[in-house]
Design a protein around this ligand. Sequence first.
Ligand code: ARG
Length: 414
Amino acid sequence: MSSPKVVLAYSGGLDTSVAIPWLKERGFEVVALTVHVGQPIDLQAVRKKALASGARRAYIVDAREEFAKDYLRPAIAANAIYEGIYPLSTALARPLIGKHLVAVARKEGATHIAHGCTGKGNDQVRFDLSTTALAPELKVIAPAREWGMTRDEEITYAAAHNVPVAAKKSSPYSTDENLWGRSIECGVLEDPAIEPPEEIYDWTQSPLASPDQPEYVRIGFERGVPTHLNGGRTGLRSIVEQLNRTAGKHGVGRIDHLESRLVGIKSREVYECPAATVILGAHQALEALVLPRDLLDFKRTAELRYSQLIYDGLWYSPLRAAIDAFVASTQERVTGEVAVKLYKGSARVSGRTSEFALYSHGLATYSAGDEFNASSAEGFIYVWGLPSRTWAAVGEKKARPVAATVARFRRASR
Ligand code: ARG
């Protein structure tokens, strides 16, 4: 009988490399899969390392376009931000990786999928839930959740199993990168009282060293999707990549988050999300221009729920699909251009235009050309304030008839 097959989400790091012989010792044939979501990797080197570590086959999938189109686009439309601060960069890539794990598992006739997550984080939940939601027949193994090895023990294990180990001293930080951002945790960051040291940053310049002149970027949207950068039409992925560089150069997108993990742990996480910071800010500014107050308000509630379900690993759920449909319907008129000023760590919206603007100069102006009928405001306020008057009247000690008190207020306010 041939050995069962497992498809492993392979990053090329120590954990997932050690996972290969570990899975083989448990009787599995290992197929490695590396999904390119914008992390800085040498794909051929990663492939070679997977094979050198004992994988039977090593797949590489470039999913950057798919990530932008099917994951970032709806996240932008929904202003997806967890706990008011984290643009969900790591969280959004996990279901996409899960989808490809399932596709390769089916192609290879595998019975299991595996990932390198530990038992303390959110990512294990996201991998487990997205793969089982798409392929309930597949079993999930998380070696690092089971093996209980320290980092030094892993290195010893690697040497004993001919797994190539990077020569350079490993960083005290754990990082994860994709198009939407870079996550940094561990090391000195585990003390939330201490300011993150400059050395943890890679995508963003310190505002102290950033250019002394501000730079303006203009982002064009069509139905909620970024389609133009500084007037030129280009794809979302390219807009994100360019903005990561430009905004990063100005120190934009550093996020220090005391985060509530799904597994109940509070954790200190730092992110660099330059493009996400600029794009989400611009998108919200455009929505403020073209959407009415009640819709903005109601949408906020849906956005909150949407962000939470992404964080919680529920991307492949009927609730996500339903909120997506609602959000898509709100984006019909979210077309226009927003200018953002990048300067010393800040990204501020400096202007916005749209053919669907609800803003009307004639109604808003305090100068000549005023089209607003101010005298009708009085009657409106009388009717609007009726519940307050009625309430106050009923509360009055002397039990005057309510109608009489309301009439008295009306006379007094004339
Ligand atoms: N805490 C973040 C999240 O749950 C990011 C985790 C990043 N992972 C890492 N290995 N640094 O989405």
